[in-house]
Write a protein that binds this ligand. Structure first.
Ligand SMILES: Cc1cc2nc3c(=O)[nH]c(=O)nc-3n(C[C@H](O)[C@H](O)[C@H](O)COP(=O)(O)OP(=O)(O)OC[C@H]3O[C@@H](n4cnc5c(N)ncnc54)[C@H](O)[C@@H]3O)c2cc1C
Length: 474
């Protein structure tokens, strides 16, 4: 049996537009494999929802590869040398990932294996532009999104066009050990994932279907509709993009070729893909993005500790329906609409004054699209300590946000069904409803739905006062 080229699948669980797979296939027989790397990831090991997604995504990839995906658990630094020794492989391909632990591990691994005579090639597949490509004229990285995207990205050479699925893929048949997908134990034993996965089709086919539906429908109202959580104007491509079931270049060119930059909806959608690039560039240049505020001044911020408030926020029991609907959407579906992510984030770090890292950690565990770069950068943005961040003094009012973005309460009632009979006027703030209205809607506050855990106005003032101490200490 001739030696195969090794193709290491990581965050690129697809056959199309997969440069590592294409390059390996051009060399001859391919051995595709995946390694569950909890040990090496350490504190950045995948959260519970991501593991559920991964299980289904790997299952789909394995099917697409005719059941020839090999899976392993452990350290890549232990597994790869064994795989090379057993197969006699002389070539290894992977697509680049950008988490700090992977970057340093990958570069060490590459040096070691190359020193042993293996040809190791890494490829660009996960981003449109490498983080080190869009640089300011003075050679330093951008800190503000608009020039990063409009100048740094759009004026750089265009991303490569997506590659087709390699034709005549010849897959290695030999036995190389490893384990089964089931043995990875990615699914919970209690069955809480049954409802979670409803409405999603994990895997490459599902990703392409999602993109097609979005291009036929959602994108037509994307610019304004993307702010209305009850509308299906957004793509919901984020978990598919995170796991690499579809490439950003495929999404980029599918939208661009059909609508062009001159179409406002398309332009805004492409710029959201640009935010994804920006977050990855921020992470690349700031390895502690997940834990340390970019604006160091925030190290002195007087955050509170309050387990009861944190728990109420996590459970969607704050007494502010738009916040509670968002947190319940997250827990029930593994997803939360972007507008609502901003509202619940602002509520946590400003009204409750709890550390943004607590929010980051909860999202990490609950989101299907939990992504080191996007999650950390977005939380820093919300907290006001990130790059190009929302100023700390801009506090989203959970009542007016509900009035503006969910005026008839369609979204709130989906996730807070106990409020279904409340008139639209009070849906964003049941505690402001007169007793007879509450009675008519069958709601007793404190029994059917919580009293607000903080006063929105007072907590905003407290947050601003806390922020002022930073200015004084600067
Ligand atoms: C507090 C907070 C935490 C977040 N955590 C994550 C996360 O862990 N993973 C994640 O993918 N996104 C995260 N986001 C960004 C954004 O909310 C999601 O990418 C988006 O809601 C996904 O839905 P969609 O695919 O329908 O987005 P669409 O509006 O259809 O956008 C298309 C794609 O663009 C990218 N994108 C859109 N907005 C952003 C953004 N602000 N930053 C970076 N990329 C963006 C995503 O890949 C998304 O799939 C977070 C935002 C906030 C405010």
């Amino acid at each position: 049996m001739s030696a195969p080229s090794l193709c290491w699948f990581r965050q690129d669980l697809r056959l199309s537009d997969n440069p590592a797979l294409t390059a390996a296939a051009q060399e001859g027989t391919v051995l595709p494999f995946y390694i569950l790397e909890d040990e090496e990831a350490g504190t950045e090991a995948m959260g519970a929802a991501s593991r559920v997604w991964l299980h289904h995504s790997l299952t789909a990839l394995n099917q697409a590869l005719g059941n020839h995906l090999r899976v392993f658990v452990g350290k890549a630094t232990d597994i790869l040398p064994q795989l090379i020794a057993e197969t006699g492989a002389t070539s290894l391909h992977w697509n680049r990932c950008y988490e700090p632990w992977r970057i340093s591990r990958d570069s060490q691994l590459k040096d070691t294996l190359q020193a042993q005579g293996l040809t190791v090639t890494s490829h660009k597949a996960t981003l449109l532009w490498e983080p080190w490509e869009p640089l300011k004229a003075d050679g330093t990285p951008y800190k503000v999104f608009t020039p990063f995207y409009r100048r740094g990205c759009l004026q750089a050479p265009a991303p490569a066009r997506p590659l087709p699925v390699p034709s005549d893929l010849s897959l290695y048949q030999g036995d190389v050990g490893g384990t089964t997908l089931e043995a990875l134990s990615l699914l919970p034993t209690t069955g809480w994932d049954t409802n979670l996965i409803a409405g999603w089709q994990m895997g490459e086919a599902g990703a392409h279907q999602r993109l097609e539906t979005f291009l036929d429908e959602g994108i037509l109202s994307y610019q304004d509709g993307r702010n209305i959580p009850s509308q299906s104007s957004v793509s919901r491509l984020s978990p598919h993009l995170h796991f690499g079931e579809i490439s950003p270049a495929t999404c980029w060119y599918a939208a661009l070729d059909r609508f062009g930059f001159e179409d406002k909806n398309c332009d805004v959608f492409l710029s959201e893909l640009g935010w994804r690039e920006f977050s990855h560039a921020l992470l690349y240049y700031n390895g502690t993005l997940k834990t340390e505020p970019l604006n160091q001044k925030f190290n002195a911020f007087p955050w509170r500790t309050d387990d009861a408030h944190l728990s109420a926020w996590q459970k969607g029991m704050t007494g502010y329906p738009i916040v509670d609907a968002g947190m319940r959407e997250l827990y029930q579906t593994g997803y939360m609409h972007n507008r609502v992510r901003m509202i619940v984030g602002s509520f946590l770090v400003k009204n409750l004054r709890l550390p943004w890292q607590e929010g980051e950690a909860w999202f990490w565990d609950c989101l299907f699209d939990a992504d080191h770069a996007n999650n950390a950068a977005s939380w820093q943005w919300i907290a006001g300590c990130g790059a190009d961040a929302a100023p700390y003094f801009r506090v989203f009012n959970p009542i007016t946000q509900a009035e503006k973005f969910d005026p008839d309460g369609t979204y709130i009632k989906t996730y807070c069904p106990e409020l279904r009979d409340l008139p639209a006027k009070y849906i964003g703030a049941p505690f402001l409803a007169p007793p007879f209205i509450l009675q008519g809607a069958g709601i007793t506050l404190g029994r059917d739905y919580p009293h607000p855990i903080v006063d929105a106005k007072q907590s905003r003032l407290d947050a601003l006062a806390a922020f002022a101490t930073l200015k004084e200490s600067a």
